[in-house]
Every structure is written in structure tokens, then in C-alpha cells.
Design a protein around this ligand. Structure first.
Ligand code: AGP
Length: 629
């Protein structure tokens, strides 16, 4: 979950790389660096590497003093996996002679044994990273490899061809990589390789571009190649060629990107998180567009016939983090409406748990980024076991989309803030549609009932807008009540219990305040012991079949002096008797309450984080997509 970018063309590369890295910073911000191809007075070319711990802005100021006419270079923004954030561990990494430099997104699982062999064969390592082995492997393939007494392997001549050397090096590596490599002996050339890590390649009027995400190159081109696993590319000022692992020429498909760059700008908001929270009414509307045609629910991307759908007798939702919480909402709806057993599984556990899967099992993989490693691996595992896999993702052409039998795209567009908000709402709306369709196919809901529920689902867009327009003060006051706490509990019952999980995660990940979610009824079985004077208990107590039970649980907390903050249904005046702070949402069917009641919790977390001086868009230690196990 690093970001890599590369450019070779007619213009100076330095600023193009820095702008690209700024757009990719949501992928990791522990350190940043660039490698620029330079030519000295005698016309000899070399690689200048500039690296800095921390955000891209730091690298940018470091580069101010660097007068580089280089028109070819690569850049990286890092999310540390192997080796703590430091200049030595920052990318780009170089070969022993400094003539080969590379940036990498991914993890090399067998790096320890490769490193040991390379050291044995005389290479010197400058970092603790896994990535650096790539630089030395490419160096050996390019310049030649000495005999290895320990393995008895004979010396091997170098191929003195960057593409050949990169392909050769990849044959030794186990793991995931999005890789861009430059070499002083081949000025103007960038070699690119991809396996299980996103790589986008584009050709613009002023040159050739490579990046981890289209957002870094969209200014230059809207027609990009999403490189597939095992494919390689050679970028020059003049053009781009592609090969497979054997070096055979290939012609990958070109994808046209239809969203505009404004999506990647703050649009006048103080941060991306608030901007994206305020986009949620649009996300609900856009995700529902074209879903009810001729009075019938339409999810033809499902890739399953009505007969196959009717045979489904078990549903697994597999996901991580916030997407997992969307799964918790879906479980309630699928079991309530379609009467099909539904398990929600953390993808990182699912893949090692050997779950019971049969051909009539539907696995729903939910992922905003579409590239979360655990979710991808769980998909592959489920397919091997014979399940039908349906993907719900926000990124067109992402690995989750490509590796699922069918896919729905949440129409949230680009989500930049690391804390997922609008994509969660898009996921819940999409999962609600799936639950409605399963219920209709199973004959548990009539077409008329589905139409009624569909129109009520559509109303949640303006209900979110009402919350955004009217609850700012109440949320601010509630945040003031939480900002100095050391810990908080989020509680609810039924749908509220599922929503509480997302509320707690949002507060944890952006304000670094410890928070736990608990089914309200479970409080008295232990967690209530945590409560003392002023301990924040944030409750989802909207009108629902379990409202009264929730209120009585809150009274138990109030009796212990808890500071009670409640998300309640507009018009519920009684709730003020037990809650010091009340945030209202419009009346909504309990089944849809997750779509509206989550919004105040997103805003509350943001306010508390701002009051605690945290960076709400780029919280510490996190990255937007987690492409390693
Ligand atoms: C949520 O705010 C976090 N960004 C994180 O928990 C995220 O939901 C998780 O990493 C899953 O990501 P995905 O939806 O892209 O697969």
C-alpha cells in the first residue's frame, strides 16, 4: 500500500513526480523519494536519488534545491511494512553501483533467503527493507552473477538489457509487486512489472506515465492500461511496449477513465473526509440509478440466473474493516428478508478457516479499493471451493472486480480520505439491493413490497442531507463531551449494534481514542465495569423494535454516571431524560437506519479528531488500501 509513479518524456520529471506522489499519498505517508536520471558534463548519465522521511511535502522542499533537468524518473510514497520509516528504508532503492534504481509497492515474502544469498555473492545492503533485494537481483541479471559456492550454481553472464533483467529478477521473487525501474545505462527507459499489486500505464502528449492509481496520471491521459499479473511494460519518451513473462509482445486493453479530476480535489472543503461525507446523498442516488426498471429490481451484473439465485442456500460476506461492517448490516437484511443464513467473515480469517462452501453458496466480497490482499485471497479460496463470488467495489477494473463472477460498482467515485465514509454508504445501499433481490427471487417479498422498500431506500438520500443541514451544532457539542476521554463505548441493539461497530472504528482510526462497540444488552455482562463518571457511551437508539430495550440498557449506564450521547429519531423528546447529548436523524425504517444513523457517527469522529489535532485525511499508521497480508 505504497504509491509509485514514473515519467519519461519531454518535460522535466521532478515536478510531475511530486504532483503524482501527492495524489497517491493516501496510500502511505511514512517516507517519500524520487530517482532522477541526470547527465553530467561528459554526457554520462547517472541516477540521483532524493529521499525524505514523512510526507511528500517534505520531499518537495528537499527537491527545491535540486536543479534537475531530468526528463525521466520514478517516485514513491511509502507505507512501512519491512523496516521502520527512515531515509535508509525509503524508496527508491539502488543497486550496489547506484546505476539501477527502483520503487516497489507490495511485499517480497522470500526476501530473507534472497538477501542471504545476495550477501553471500558479495552484495552490500543499505536498508532493512524487503524491496532492496529486487535492486540487487536486477543488478545481477543485468551485469552478471558470480558463482555461488554454497549452492554450487555457476557464474552467469549479464543480459545488459533492463527489461530482460527485470523479467529474470521477478522469477526469483515470491510475493506481490508493482515495480518501476530505471537504469543509468538505458537513459529514458522505465521498466515496469506487476504481480498482485496495481499498476496503471498511460501515454500522454508529453510522454509515458506509470502509477499505482490513475489519479496520479489523469491530468496527462484518460486512456490507461491496467497492467495484469505477469505482464511487463517498457516506457520511453517515444512510446510504450508490453510483454509477457517470456518477453513475447502483447497488446493489453486500454480503459477510458470517465471521472474528472475535481473528484480528487477538496472542492472548497477543509478536508477530504468532510467533502466525502457530504457527497453521501449523491452516492445513494447514483448507486440506485437504473436499479428499478419496469417495476423490477435490476442487478444484471450479478452474473447469476434467477434459477441459480434461487438455489443459493448460504451467503458469506467477506471483507475487512469498514467493508466488514457493511457486511454486518447485510446479514441482518439478508436473513430478515430472504431467510437465507448469512455469515460475515473477516477475510483474513476466512481464508484460513476452511469454511463450509458448496456450489449453492454465494460469497459476497466487499472492498472499497478492490485490492485488499486478504479479501482477494479469500475470493480465490472461495472460488477454488466452488462458491459463486459476487464483488461489491468502488474501483472499476480493480482485482476484486476482475476476480469475481459478477460485480456491482458503488458509485462513490474516488475516495481519498483514509477513513471510508461515502464508500460505506454505497456498499450498504448495494448490499440492501442484493438482499431485496434474493428475497424477491426466494418469493419472500412480492414485487410490490420490493418496489415500496426501494422507494423508501431512495428517501435516505434527502434524510442524510437533513442531518448534514441541521445537526452540526449537536454533533459539535457531543464531540466536546468526548474529546478528552481515554476510551469510549458504542452501543446499540439489532441494526444499532452493527452500526456501533462502524462508529467505534471511525473514532479509533482518526482520533486515536480507544473505542469499542458492544451490543447494548451485553453491557451488563462485563463492559459496564468500565463505566465511571464522564465515560462516554455513544448509543444508536433510533426508533426500532428494540428501542425500549436499548433505552433500559442506557439507563444502567446513566446510573453509573456515564456521559451518554445518543443518535435518536427526530421527535423523540423522551430520550433527553437519559442522554446529555442527542443527535437526531429523520424517522426511517429500521432496515435502512444504518444508511442515515452512521452519518452522525462519521461527523462526530471527525470533530473529535480535529479537536485532538489529528489529521483526519491521513491518520497515523494507516493507508487507504491494504495490499499486503
Ligand atoms: C476504514 O475506514 C479503513 N480505511 C479500513 O478499515 C478499510 O475499510 C479496510 O482496510 C478495507 O478496505 P477495502 O474496503 O478497500 O477492502
Amino acid at each position: 500500500m505504497c504509491g509509485i509513479v514514473g515519467y519519461t518524456g519531454l518535460d522535466q520529471a521532478k515536478d510531475i513526480l511530486v504532483d503524482g506522489l501527492k495524489r497517491l499519498e493516501y496510500r502511505g505517508y511514512d517516507s517519500a523519494g524520487v530517482a532522477l536520471e541526470a547527465t553530467d558534463g561528459a554526457g554520462d548519465s547517472r541516477i540521483d536519488v532524493v529521499r525524505r522521511v514523512g510526507k511528500v511535502a517534505g520531499l518537495e522542499s528537499e527537491l527545491v534545491g535540486v536543479d534537475s533537468a531530468a526528463t525521466c524518473g520514478i517516485g514513491h510514497t511509502r507505507w512501512a511494512t519491512h523496516g521502520r520509516p527512515s531515509v535508509a528504508n525509503a524508496h527508491p532503492h539502488v543497486s550496489c553501483d547506484g546505476r539501477i534504481a527502483l520503487v516497489h509497492n507490495g511485499i517480497i515474502e522470500n526476501f530473507a533467503e534472497l538477501r542471504e544469498a545476495l550477501v553471500r555473492r558479495g552484495h552490500t545492503f543499505m536498508s532493512d527493507t524487503d524491496t532492496e533485494v529486487f535492486a540487487h537481483l536486477i543488478e545481477e541479471a543485468y551485469d552478471g552473477r558470480p558463482a555461488d559456492a554454497a549452492t554450487g550454481e555457476p557464474a552467469r553472464p549479464g543480459c545488459h538489457d533492463l527489461m530482460g533483467a527485470v523479467r529474470e529478477a521477478c522469477t526469483h521473487v515470491v510475493g506481490a509487486y508493482g515495480l518501476a525501474v530505471v537504469c543509468a545505462d538505458e537513459p529514458g527507459v522505465i521498466a515496469v512489472a506487476r504481480k498482485d499489486s496495481p499498476i496503471i500505464i498511460g501515454r500522454g502528449e508529453r510522454g509515458s506515465y506509470v502509477a499505482s492509481d490513475v489519479i496520479a496520471v489523469i491530468d496527462a491521459t484518460r486512456d490507461v492500461v491496467v497492467l495484469e499479473d505477469g505482464q511487463f511494460a517498457r516506457l520511453t519518451r517515444e512510446g510504450i511496449t508490453y510483454t509477457d513473462a517470456e518477453g513475447n509482445a502483447i497488446e493489453p486493453a486500454v480503459t477510458h477513465i470517465d471521472w474528472d479530476i475535481d473528484m480528487a480535489e477538496k472542492g472548497g472543503y477543509p478536508d477530504f473526509m468532510l467533502k466525502e461525507i457530504c457527497e453521501q446523498p449523491r452516492v445513494v442516488r447514483d448507486t440506485l440509478v437504473g436499479r428499478m426498471t419496469g417495476g423490477e429490481l435490476d442487478i444484471d451484473e450479478l452474473g447469476l440466473t434467477m434459477e441459480e439465485l434461487n438455489l443459493i442456500d448460504r451467503v458469506y460476506v467477506i471483507a475487512c474493516g469498514t467493508s466488514y461492517h457493511a457486511g454486518l448490516i447485510a446479514k441482518n437484511l439478508i436473513e430478515m428478508w430472504a431467510r437465507i443464513p448469512c455469515e460475515v467473515e473477516a477475510a483474513s480469517e476466512f481464508r484460513y478457516r476452511n469454511p463450509i462452501i458448496t456450489p449453492s453458496t454465494l460469497v459476497v466480497a466487499v472492498s472499497q479499493s478492490g485490492e485488499t490482499a486478504d479479501t482477494l485471497a479469500a475470493i480465490r479460496d472461495a472460488r477454488i471451493k466452488g462458491a459463486k463470488v459476487f464483488g461489491i467495489t468502488n474501483v472499476v477494473g480493480s482485482p476484486v472486480a476482475r476476480e469475481s463472477d459478477g460485480v456491482i460498482y458503488t458509485k462513490a467515485n474516488k475516495e481519498i480520505a483514509v477513513a471510508s465514509t461515502k464508500s460505506f454508504i454505497g456498499q450498504v445501499v448495494s448490499l440492501t439491493l442484493l438482499a431485496l433481490l434474493l428475497a424477491q427471487v426466494k418469493g419472500k417479498l412480492t414485487t410490490g413490497q420490493v418496489r415500496l422498500l426501494f422507494s423508501e431506500l431512495g428517501n435516505t438520500a434527502e434524510q442524510i442531507q437533513w442531518i448534514l443541514d441541521t445537526q452540526e451544532e449537536a454533533i459539535h457539542e457531543a464531540a466536546l463531551a468526548c474529546k478528552d476521554a481515554h476510551s469510549a463505548l458504542f452501543v446499540g441493539r439489532g441494526m444499532g449494534a452493527a452500526i456501533a461497530n462502524e462508529g467505534a472504528l471511525k473514532l479509533k482510526e482518526i482520533s486515536y481514542l480507544h473505542a469499542e462497540a458492544y451490543a447494548a444488552g451485553e453491557m451488563k455482562h462485563g463492559p459496564i465495569a468500565l463505566i465511571d463518571r464522564d465515560f462516554p457511551v455513544i448509543a444508536i437508539a433510533t426508533k426500532s423494535p428494540v428501542y425500549d430495550k436499548t433505552v433500559s440498557n442506557l439507563k444502567e449506564c446513566e446510573a453509573r454516571g456515564a456521559k451518554i450521547i445518543v443518535v435518536a429519531t427526530e421527535g423523540d423528546e423522551d430520550i433527553h431524560k437519559i442522554a446529555g447529548h442527542v443527535i437526531y436523524i429523520p424517522p426511517v425504517r429500521d432496515a435502512f437506519s444504518a444508511i442515515t444513523a452512521t452519518v452522525p457517527l462519521q461527523l462526530l469522529a471527525r470533530e473529535v479528531a480535529l479537536m485532538r489535532g489529528c489529521d483526519v485525511d491521513q491518520p497515523r499508521n494507516l493507508a487507504k488500501s491494504v495490499t499486503v497480508e
